[in-house]
Write a protein that binds this ligand. Structure first.
Ligand code: ATP
Ligand code: MG
Length: 284
């Protein structure tokens, strides 16, 4: 059943369809977007960081988000993960508003229960792994399935082992984070996010804190996961080769706006805006 908030939103979005930045050639066939940002703004105090983001992400789509430091990429990812609340605009996940819910037929601000439900659809991996140092690898990965999904110990462990196998760490189940390399820690963090089976996963510069020789192992794990297909990914990255190889669509953001978006070949070989041209120059 369509909620009032959704209806209001869809009416609005139909009106705005003509002005939408994403040309039909970039829209994957079929299906409704899994994530929609509509006129999303975010300020920190007086500082406007995101100045009106319109972005649709389709199921299974791999999006690379590139752009200069301070342009608001992390803020965008954190908003999806409910770590930041938009100052204005709407974010829908799976057709449902993230920060609003319906109460007695009226839209009201989301409560913690709603946020928790919505958060279950999103996974995030950060630059600094944020593993629990006093817990084994297996414990780190089973914690959320046990406490949030209420799985039994056996079910959670079975799932965790499968995910740790996927990231090539099935032999490290009982090891503590301090005994792992940075690349291994990051792979545990990826397994920990995967185990929740999110519809979309945000990877925020997940290799930028790693020694150069460890970057490759993490990127190849992400590439393998990307090939499986069903989960959408928002890859915030400075690794242009990686973005080119993995992404279905590349988005270039600067100063709080989406400046240009397109297929990787177009963005990297034929950038239209001067800003993107200047940005890419730095990576040559
Ligand atoms: N919690 C906060 N309080 C105040 N300002 C913030 C906060 N979080 C981010 N900012 C500011 O918002 C702007 C955008 O930050 P953000 O981290 O989203 O940029 P970014 O594109 O991810 O940059 P980088 O490539 O360096 O990671 C910056 O000016 C930053 O200082
Ligand atoms: Mg960032």
């Amino acid at each position: 059943m369509i909620t009032q908030i959704e209806k209001q939103w869809y009416d609005e979005s139909a009106e705005n369809e003509a002005g939408h930045a994403l040309s039909p050639s970039l829209r994957p066939a079929g299906g409704k977007p899994i994530v929609r940002f509509r006129s999303v703004r975010k300020s920190f105090g007086e500082l406007p960081v995101l100045k009106g983001i319109d972005l649709d992400i389709y199921p299974g789509e791999k999006i690379a988000l590139i752009g200069p430091s301070g342009s608001g990429k992390t803020t965008l990812g954190r908003m999806l993960m409910t770590l930041e609340e938009p100052t204005a605009g709407t974010i829908l996940i799976d057709g449902e508003p993230l920060w609003a819910m319906e109460k007695n037929g009226k839209p009201v601000r989301a409560n913690e229960k709603h946020l928790q439900k919505m958060r279950g659809k999103v996974g995030m991996v950060f630059q600094h792994f944020h593993l629990f140092p006093h817990m084994s690898v297996l414990k780190n990965v089973t914690l959320a399935p046990r406490s949030v999904l209420k799985l039994s110990k056996e079910e959670a462990e079975e799932l965790a082992v499968a995910m740790l196998r996927k990231v090539g760490l099935e032999d490290k189940l009982h090891v503590y984070p301090s005994q792992l390399s940075g690349g291994q820690k990051q792979r545990v963090a990826i397994a920990r996010a995967l185990v929740m089976q999110p519809k979309i996963m945000v990877f925020d510069e997940v290799t930028s804190a790693l020694d150069p020789e460890l970057v490759g192992e993490v990127l190849s794990v992400i590439k393998e996961i990307a090939k499986e297909g069903q989960m959408a990914m928002l890859l915030i990255t400075h690794e242009m080769e990686f973005a080119r190889e993995v992404a279905d669509r590349v988005i270039f953001g600067a100063e709080g706006l989406i400046v240009e978006e397109g297929k990787p070949e177009q963005i990297f070989t034929n950038p239209r805006s001067e800003r993107l041209q200047a940005f890419l120059q730095r990576f040559l």
